[in-house]
Each structure stands twice: as C-alpha cells, then as structure tokens.
Write a protein that binds this ligand. Structure first.
Ligand code: ZN
Length: 137
C-alpha cells in the first residue's frame, strides 16, 4: 500500500492577520460577558456509579445543608412522551421536533427536582430557603 500523494498537497488555509485574531478574541470575550449566569436552587449533582452497580443511572442531588437527604433522579426510569413525526417531514422539522421534545423533557426534570428540594426544605428546614448557585448554560 502506497500513500496517496494528493493527501499531502492540501491547500494552504488563509492565515488571519493579527488584527483579525484580536477582533475574534474581543468578540468572543464580549459574547461571554453578555451571557449572564442563571441562578438555581438545584445543588451540584452526584453522578451515578457505573453499571453493574444497582444505583447506576441514578443521579443524586444532596441537600445543600448536608442533612443527609438527597433527591434521586433515574433518567432511565423517566417517562418519555410519545414521539409524533408527521409523514414527509423535512430534516429541519425533524431536528426541531427532537430539540423541542428534549427542551420539554429537561424543563420537566428541572421542575421535578426543584419541587422535591422545595418540599424537602418545607418539611425539614422550615423557614429556610434553599441556597442558590450560579450555572452557565
Ligand atoms: Zn436537608
């Protein structure tokens, strides 16, 4: 087997000027600063152990006050809404259908976790609000 000489003759990519590189860095910094972090009462998750551990697939969200309680989320046991795809749907519409479904599912999981935390605080830490933390999306 011989090497294909055409593979070694790649066209040279245009090199950006230092001014273009500086402008790109400035634009990236401005975009990062324009994005504000969101605040959430959902604590840092504890990732599940690997299979075949019986708790594999279950993510735990421990109480931020370290009282020993944790909300458990098993993504595998999550009820998934039926997928409805019209016949003859375009690629763009198919991407949109999956993206919208994923956003609805993520919002439902977030609401479920927040409600579990609020219920826990109402029952076990009355008068206290769950601490918030910043998250970047
Ligand atoms: Zn607690």
């Amino acid at each position: 087997m011989t090497a294909d000489p055409d593979l070694y003759e790649l066209p040279a990519l245009p090199r950006p000027s230092p001014r273009e590189v500086a402008a790109e860095i400035a634009a990236a910094r401005a975009a990062a600063e324009a994005t504000a972090p969101e605040r959430t009462i959902i604590p840092e998750p504890v990732m599940p152990p690997l299979w075949p551990h019986p708790d594999s697939g279950t993510v735990r969200f421990p109480c931020a006050l370290d009282c020993g309680w944790a909300h458990s989320e098993n993504a595998d046991a999550d009820e998934i809404e039926p997928l409805r795809i019209p016949l003859g749907v375009s690629d763009e519409d198919l991407k949109r259908i999956f993206a919208e479904r994923a956003l609805r599912r993520a919002a439902a999981v977030q609401r479920r976790i927040e409600m579990a935390i609020l219920d826990h605080f109402a029952a076990e830490h009355p008068g206290r609000r769950p601490p918030e933390r910043e998250v970047w999306r």
